[in-house]
Design a binder for this molecule. Structure first.
Ligand code: ATP
Ligand code: MG
Length: 385
């Protein structure tokens, strides 16, 4: 911990409305945590503190701290038509963007380098290296007041690897530009700015009158589903009202397949919520007997098949794991990322780097100890208590 921060604490405390003593108290209580290694300039809020969201970050800049707001939770529509009608009652139209399935990062420039924070406010060394290389720095130079939010998508992805987007390695898709205090730019202003600076961005799939949105979105969702895509985010074009999210049945089932493969690592709420979504979608869309049968089959298979595979795998004396990979320019990023995962408490085995072109691909085996041990126990006669 940096000890020369008494003065600095005062500097940060005033604009945030935190007294210096409260600031120290948060540090002591670990509500505010300092990052490590080369990222000691960053402090993240590990819980909500007044108006400051968990995951928000303080960036030490010489004698002062700069505040970077976290990314707010996006609420979900479970029944599309009534949710849109009530949530967007005060506006005429909504913008619908694709919800891409990867992981959320927030990018800023610090000392000439781009830094990517994950949702929790940690600096991810892999994402930072990728962001620094993937994003135009121009926007950050011209607009140091902005934070660019986006989804990291593609197969070279240690958290949510997906092959469905035609991305070869890993791409950053911008979906928000906000001030450091968290005030978002309106949808069109943000899209124009991102386009001007050559940022790759999520697709704008349509704009609808609020009264017609549910029907339009249903058609979009059915099409996205055929491509195994995740869903949509429904936004107030002015970005004053909070966005809503809605997902395809295919993605709900894909989540269940993954969740039940590693059933003891997955939260029960996570799994249960995905089943409930299927129930409401099937009623709202008033589907035919035939479509309902298909949904039942898909839902059941998504739950049972991967679980069976896991159990049989363990029965054969194997352990359970998930293979992911990263692709880096700097060899040093590999060690930084290994340490980062270790600090998160993840059990991961790194393969040796393989030089492909001018980058290194590293395979990472993430061990699912909890599901392996639970399954082994049950096979050996343990009871479910
Ligand atoms: P939360 O519900 O708290 O936002 P979560 O990780 O459970 O977090 P998701 O269900 O994945 O959330 O949905 C929200 C996430 O969707 C955002 O955090 C963001 O990373 C991602 N996302 C993808 N595309 C978009 C988009 N076009 N606009 C906004 N967010 C998007
Ligand atoms: Mg997501």
């Amino acid at each position: 911990m940096d000890d020369g921060t008494e003065m600095d604490r005062k500097e940060v405390a005033e604009p945030l409305g935190l007294s210096p003593s409260r600031f120290s108290e948060f540090l002591e209580k670990k509500a505010l945590l300092q990052d490590w290694g080369e990222y000691e300039d960053f402090f993240r809020f590990s819980s909500n503190v007044g108006k400051i969201d968990e995951g928000s970050v303080l960036v030490k800049k010489g004698d002062v701290f700069e505040f970077v707001q976290g990314f707010p939770k996006i609420k979900r529509a479970i029944m599309l038509a009534p949710a849109i009608k009530s949530h967007f009652a005060d506006i005429d139209a909504v913008a619908v963007e694709e919800k891409m399935n990867g992981y959320n990062v927030r990018v800023i420039e610090h000392n000439g380098k781009l830094i990517a924070f994950t949702r929790s406010g940690r600096v991810c060394p892999y994402s930072s290296e990728r962001a620094d290389h993937l994003l135009e720095h121009e926007l950050f130079k011209d607009h140091p007041e902005y934070v660019v939010y986006g989804e990291m998508v593609g197969p070279d992805n240690p958290y949510v690897p997906k092959h469905i987007y035609g991305v070869d390695s890993l791409e950053f898709f911008a979906f928000d530009i906000r001030s450091k205090e968290g005030i978002p730019l309106p949808v069109h202003e943000r899209r124009d700015l991102a386009a001007d600076y050559g940022l790759t961005q999520v697709e704008l799939l349509g704009e609808f009158e609020v009264s017609e949105a549910a029907e339009g979105i249903r058609d979009i969702i059915l099409e996205l589903g055929k491509k195994e895509r995740e869903g949509v985010i429904i936004k107030d074009p002015a970005m004053v009202l909070q966005p809503l999210k809605y997902t395809t049945s295919e993605t709900n089932c894909a989540d269940l397949r993954h969740g039940f493969r590693y059933y003891n690592e997955s939260g029960k709420d996570y799994l249960f919520a995905r089943v409930v979504r299927e129930g409401f979608q099937s009623v709202e869309w008033n589907e035919s007997e035939e479509d309902l049968e298909k949904r039942c089959l898909m839902l059941g298979k998504s739950i049972l098949m991967p679980m069976r595979e896991s159990i049989m795998h363990v029965q054969e004396g194997e352990r359970l794991w998930e293979d992911v990979q990263i692709r880096v320019r700097e060899v040093s990023t590999i060690d930084k990322f290994r340490m980062y995962l270790e600090r998160l408490g993840l059990d991961a085995i790194f393969g040796s780097p393989e030089l492909i072109g001018d980058e290194y691909v590293v395979k990472i085996r993430k061990m699912n100890k909890s599901t392996t041990d639970k399954t082994l126990g049950i096979i050996e006669g343990q009871l479910w208590s």
